[in-house]
Write a protein that binds this ligand. Structure first.
Ligand SMILES: Nc1ncnc2c1ncn2[C@@H]1O[C@H](COP(=O)(O)OP(=O)(O)OP(=O)(O)O)[C@@H](O)[C@H]1O
Ligand SMILES: [Mg+2]
Length: 249
């Protein structure tokens, strides 16, 4: 349904002449109705994958296909019209725009369910609807407002970039359920970029991204034990590495 075909991205190094490769010959096929999680170390390339799917980054090499159409040259708006949407890792603020305006822009059906979308992410509509989407919001509130806008859309591909970031524990549990319920209702291809085991465990498929490449992909049963082992092994820094082979392998 959505296919990344040998995608590489080279970006100019700031204050220099060189280039840096942030995605390296990456290929993957996302299928409709499946719930994917992308995980991996900081700086590995997860957000860059989301941005190349959304049309924010243009690939230096490779093609992107959506429903058998080559969309590599399509811009963000055209891709949004096709039903691809992305909730940013750090949601942008829109000074001068009120929460209800932002929700209205996002709503697939005019003015339908605006209040409910806020309630679903644990925000009181009376308190938030008329506030401006500016710096006055906390990081966690912004994440929740952005997820509320996603709930109003009717997408075929929906990407959440670290929805858990900055969200308190109580809201986190609620958000996970909301994301999962939306997926089960609409059967889009849902892609959640996350570091949270609780979300990873829900995936049909986990994609492990590091150094701009997909290192592994498979079911949680196949992938999670390896990830946990890697985390444990980082503890060798604490034990001094003496028992490294003994305790971790
Ligand atoms: N616009 C850019 N200019 C220069 N370097 C960039 C740009 N965008 C991404 N990078 C670099 O590409 C690499 C991958 O970044 P990306 O944001 O995709 O990582 P990530 O896996 O999402 O990390 P995190 O878990 O910290 O969110 C990083 O080294 C980052 O610094
Ligand atoms: Mg990221």
């Amino acid at each position: 349904m959505l296919e990344l075909n040998n995608i590489s991205i080279d970006l100019n190094v700031q204050n220099g002449n060189g280039k840096t490769r942030i995605l390296n010959n990456l290929s993957f096929k996302f299928e409709q109705g499946k719930f994917y999680c992308i995980t991996g170390p900081n700086g590995g390339g997860k957000t860059s994958i989301a941005k190349v799917i959304m049309g924010i980054y243009k690939p230096t090499e490779g093609r992107i296909f959506f429903e058998n159409e080559d969309i590599t040259e399509k811009n963000i708006t055209e891709r949004a019209r096709l039903g691809i949407c992305y909730a940013f890792q750090i949601p942008p603020r829109f000074k001068g725009l009120r929460v209800k305006d932002l929700l209205k822009i996002s709503a697939a059906k005019e003015n339908m369910g605006l209040r409910n979308s806020l309630k679903s992410v644990g925000l009181c509509p009376e308190e938030y609807m008329d506030r401006e989407v500016d710096e006055s919001f906390s990081g966690g509130e912004m994440k929740r407002i952005e997820i509320a806008t996603m709930l109003l859309r009717n997408p075929k591909v929906i990407i959440y970039d670290e929805p858990e970031a900055g969200v308190d524990l109580w809201s986190f549990h609620k958000l996970v359920n909301v994301i999962k319920q939306k997926h089960e209702r609409e059967k889009a291809a849902t892609i959640v970029i996350t570091h949270q085991e609780r979300i990873l465990a829900l995936a049909d498929e986990i994609i492990l991204v590091s150094e701009g490449q997909i290192k592994q992909a498979g079911t949680p049963e196949a992938i999670l034990p390896g990830i946990k082992k890697d985390i444990e092994c980082e503890l060798s820094g604490i034990c001094g590495g003496d028992d490294y082979a003994e305790c971790c392998r």
